[in-house]
Design a protein around this ligand. Structure first.
Ligand SMILES: [Zn+2]
Length: 81
């Protein structure tokens, strides 16, 4: 199993750490962006139509050792929210 997984919750697609959290309906997750979000049943089983959380996207790239050229500068994220 991958250590970091995506989960839609709270209106965005976030990344969480599987060593710390389990994705389940009604169970709070600490996303890599720092938000605590609680997926609904639809978030777990339905289609994921929400936007990607760009802060989580950046953070998971850093943690997985992506090359610097594939890691957006943190300053770009502020304007994207
Ligand atoms: Zn996030």
């Amino acid at each position: 199993m991958q250590r970091y997984l995506w989960q839609q919750a709270g209106g965005l697609r976030h990344v969480y750490d599987t060593e710390r959290d389990i994705a389940a309906p009604g169970r709070a997750l600490s996303a890599l962006c720092g938000q605590v979000v609680t997926p609904t049943v639809d978030d777990i089983t339905g289609l994921w139509l929400d936007r990607t959380c760009l802060t989580c996207d950046r953070e998971v790239r850093v943690r997985l050792g992506f090359p610097a050229s594939e890691i957006p500068p943190a300053s770009e994220l502020e304007g994207a929210k």
